[in-house]
Design a binder for this molecule. Structure first.
Ligand code: IPM
Ligand code: MG
Length: 382
């Protein structure tokens, strides 16, 4: 396993086979935006795409009666990479239903062995006004949350409600094996080597046995990386420091549920949940790079779905991560990221990125989902 994103094996005439999962709500709109940007990158750098669109999530429940069909998991496995929008919505929100859209995410994460979820938190200087944090706290923020994605409370069994003599009860199981901890923590150290060389391992070791195992295994791995600084931090303290001094984190590695919670908190720091990308990787490689699934960290946002209001940048930046990690197109990834920066520098904003102050907001060009994707694509074409 290497930390290097850019793989080899792409030539000018490469056609990548991508599985597209627009999903529900704004998912369709943001994925369409990312496709436009990827096509623009392909035209500039000389590669193409073969898209396979799959119905997954709420729409699959309506169409097939399940959140994802086994053959669609297989189609994702066979593709060079998977690009996903978002799944879920109020129509399928009954938490007691036997079939729920989120099951598709777990089937993909578990089924494809995508144990490493990378959630980079970058603060664009153009968006400092959109963050609720004071500008001086945003200086130098460049953090990578590395969330374990295929174990812990999300996958531990038993997980169920029971009727007991004392009434209803429920149980979830928090279970980690040392192998599961070792592979994600090793990746954290490897990734830190390409960054600022600091790993913060986050847990609740003063309470949880699993957390104490995380600490032990991390300390066993540490001697292989003497050039990387290691810090153990309790999750409550990490949550506080994220709001007080986010620039203090480089790579933050943690278990599944803690990573879910901390990454939403960290997203607020960047100014908008709509902006943040993610990559989910396993150990499988294709001839182009590492197999993976890419999605924005926001949800299906049913309140604004179908209105051309959603921010497509989280999905576009996820597509950039896909170019880098799965498709061996590091240069194209850089170009997409630079185009996003340029679109922001040129004053284009989706609604979620506008500063609170009305007069200041009026100095920007407010655009919808489609227009934002187009201005980014235009800045790649040059
Ligand atoms: C995420 C989401 C999912 C998760 C939900 C939709 C199940 O919040 O990807 O962060 O908790 O993993
Ligand atoms: Mg989440």
């Amino acid at each position: 396993m290497t930390a290097a994103g850019a793989g080899a094996g792409a030539d000018a005439s490469t056609t990548y086979r991508l599985a597209l999962i627009p999903g529900d709500g704004v998912g369709t709109e943001v994925v369409a935006g990312a496709v436009e940007v990827l096509e623009a990158a392909g035209r500039r750098f000389g590669f193409g795409f073969e898209w396979q669109t799959l119905l997954v999530g709420g729409i699959a429940i309506d169409t097939y009666g399940v959140a994802i069909r086994p053959e669609d998991v297989e189609a994702c496995r066979a593709a060079d990479a998977v690009l996903l929008g978002a799944v879920g919505g109020p129509r399928w929100d009954n938490p007691d239903a036997a079939v729920r859209p989120e099951q598709a995410l777990f089937a993909l994460r578990g089924g494809l062995g995508l144990f490493a979820n990378l959630r980079p938190i970058t603060v664009y200087k153009e968006l400092i006004g959109a963050s609720p944090l004071k500008p001086e706290l945003l200086e130098g923020v460049d953090c990578l949350i590395l969330r374990e994605l295929t174990s812990g409370l999300y996958f531990g069994r038993p997980s169920e409600q029971r009727i007991t003599p004392e009434g209803r009860a429920a149980i979830d199981t928090l279970w980690y094996t040392e192998a599961e901890i070792r592979r994600i923590v090793t990746l954290a150290f490897e990734l830190a080597r390409g960054r600022r060389r600091k790993v913060t391992q986050v847990d609740k070791a003063n309470v949880l046995a699993t957390s104490r195992l995380w600490r032990k295994v991390t300390d066993e791995i540490r001697p292989q990386f003497p050039d990387v600084e290691l810090e153990h931090r309790l999750v409550d303290s990490a949550a506080m420091i994220l709001a007080k001094w986010p620039a203090g984190f480089d790579v933050l590695v943690t278990e599944n549920l803690f990573g879910d919670i901390l990454s939403d908190e960290a997203a607020v720091i960047a100014g908008s949940l709509g902006l943040l990308p993610s990559a989910s990787l396993g150990t499988t490689t294709t001839k182009h790079g590492r197999h993976g699934l890419y999605e924005p960290i926001h949800g299906s946002a049913p309140d604004i779905a179908g209105k051309d209001l959603a921010n497509p940048l989280g999905t576009i930046l996820s597509a950039a991560m896909m170019l880098r990690w799965s498709l061996g197109q590091g240069e194209a990834a850089d170009a997409v990221e630079a185009a996003v920066k340029q679109a922001l520098a040129d004053g284009f904003r989706t609604r979620d990125l506008l500063p609170g102050d009305k007069a200041e907001a009026a100095t920007f060009t407010t655009v919808g989902t489609r227009e934002m994707a187009r201005v980014v694509a235009d800045r790649i074409a040059i």
